[in-house]
Design a protein around this ligand. Structure first.
Ligand SMILES: [Zn+2]
Length: 457
């Protein structure tokens, strides 16, 4: 397992070394042993095994999921036939709206015993329709194992302290909670923890006080929340002396936001691409800022407007097929994100590369000529022009954008003009910009900030 692995905890009395784990810990290590090798496989070899697993998932979906019986047969599916890439690419994607509308018709009527008991969850719905999904002990095992892989790739010291700020239903109030581990599953494998968790709905000021009290070695939070935190910590002169690494999840991390966070906090930043309903989709490469698809548990496609796979540098819709959810199979599921496909990684891993995750449809801007693009307006282009704390752009029409500003005071006319010029230059189009002043930029219930929202239907 490369040259870094924590000492394994033993479940057998009288044995400390080598560690002999039991139950879930043993299962996670059995998977991890394989992941250590499969990450180096060439893409064709990974693909062959994915298609074998996909074949079994489709058989199960055809047999036991009412919605898929019809959808697969309409696409010419023959039960038990080998699945080819060419055929798979003709299967219509499953939209979020369909998942919402179909409800129970997407649930398996006969979940295999090894995949029971089934649990139900719901996505936060902060940037679209909430989706209800089913999870199983198998999907949870993969979740925990990819979490472990992320730690191993980034060589974290699992015995140190983690502070997490996230939308967690179990954590209320301004104090947060402290638990003895980062993850109960990982604590079964090796010494792990402690960690403290605070709900991301707390105001940034309270989050900073709490972090200073916690003094963590690692910090995990939503990407947009980290950017707000890092900017406000700099303003207040707060520094987390022990911090080694900031970790992000949950919303698109722009490259300029990544660079700004790393500079403000003075630590490396590591992002991941996960979803509640489809699990770990991609982890940041240990040697680069892009992401490796977790091909052992999901097929991840990036498709252009014509439904064709994007080549390196191409931006398209993310379509995912988790390979092991036998309670609620999601087959070619349009998860609602856009991403840029990447070229093969120099690190040597055969796992496909996502260069950037760009965000959701409503974070796309519309140019005056109707073309859509992901807007970029790095803080360094406007922070020096006016005393602005936060900014959010809301596009109202193809020519007009509202600039929502939370500032120490109203900007004067020349400051507004300078900021507007800087924004127009960054956006690359001569939008009409109207300023609106707010106490603070509102966050979604999940705690996510969106710096660009398109309200054009
Ligand atoms: Zn890599």
């Amino acid at each position: 397992m490369t040259d870094y692995f924590p000492l394994i905890r033993s479940s057998v009395g009288g044995m400390v070394w080598p560690g002999l784990p039991a139950g879930r810990g043993a299962l996670m290590l059995a998977l991890q042993y394989q992941l250590e090798q499969t990450q180096w496989w060439p893409p064709e070899r990974l693909r062959r095994q994915q298609l074998r697993q996909l074949g079994l998932l489709l058989q199960h979906a055809h047999e036991t999921v009412p919605f898929y019986r019809g959808r697969l047969e309409a696409a010419g599916y023959r039960h038990g036939a080998d699945v080819t890439d060419a055929w798979f690419s003709t299967l219509p994607p499953l939209t979020r709206a369909e998942v919402h509308a179909q409800g129970g018709a997407l649930h398996s009527r006969n979940v295999p015993a090894a995949h029971a008991p089934v649990t139900q969850g719901q996505t936060s719905g902060s940037t679209g329709t909430p989706v209800t999904f089913l999870a199983t002990p198998v999907t949870q095992l993969f979740w925990q194992t990819f979490n472990l892989r992320d730690h191993l790739w980034h060589r974290r010291d699992l015995s140190l302290k983690l502070a997490t700020i996230r939308p967690d239903r179990g954590v209320r109030g301004e104090q947060g909670v402290t638990v003895p581990h980062w993850s109960a599953a990982i604590a079964e494998i090796c010494p792990n923890g402690p960690s403290s968790i605070l709900h991301s709905s707390n105001l940034i000021g309270r989050q900073i006080e709490w972090l200073a009290e916690q003094d963590p070695d690692y910090l995990l939070t939503l990407a947009s929340n980290l950017l707000e935190l890092a900017r406000e910590m700099r303003r207040r002169g707060v520094k987390l002396g022990r911090l080694r690494e900031a970790r992000t999840f949950g919303d698109a991390l722009r490259s300029e936001g990544r660079a700004e966070c790393a500079a403000l906090l003075g630590v490396p930043l590591v992002d991941m691409y996960t979803s509640q309903e489809a699990g770990y989709l991609a982890l940041q490469c240990p040697e680069s800022e892009h992401y490796h698809v977790q091909s052992e548990s999901a097929i991840v496609e990036i498709l252009d407007d014509g439904g064709r796979p994007c080549g390196p540098g191409g931006v398209g819709k993310v379509v995912v097929t988790p390979l092991h959810n036998f309670a609620m199979p999601l087959i070619r599921y349009e998860i609602g994100d856009y991403a840029e496909a990447g070229a093969p990684c120099p690190c040597g891993r055969g796992l496909a590369v996502i260069r950037r995750v760009l965000g959701r449809e409503r974070n796309l801007a519309v140019a005056p000529d109707g073309r859509k693009f992901f807007p970029s307006f790095a803080a360094e282009t406007w922070t020096h022009l006016a005393p602005i704390r936060q900014i959010q752009l809301v596009q109202k029409s193809p020519s007009r954008i509202e600039v929502r500003v939370a500032a120490q005071r109203r900007l004067d006319a020349s400051e507004e003009r300078d900021v507007a010029d800087a924004l127009r230059e960054s956006l690359g189009h001569p939008f009409e910009l109207a300023f609106a002043y707010l106490e603070a930029i509102p966050r979604a219930p999940s705690g996510k900030y969106e710096d660009f929202i398109c309200e054009i239907a």
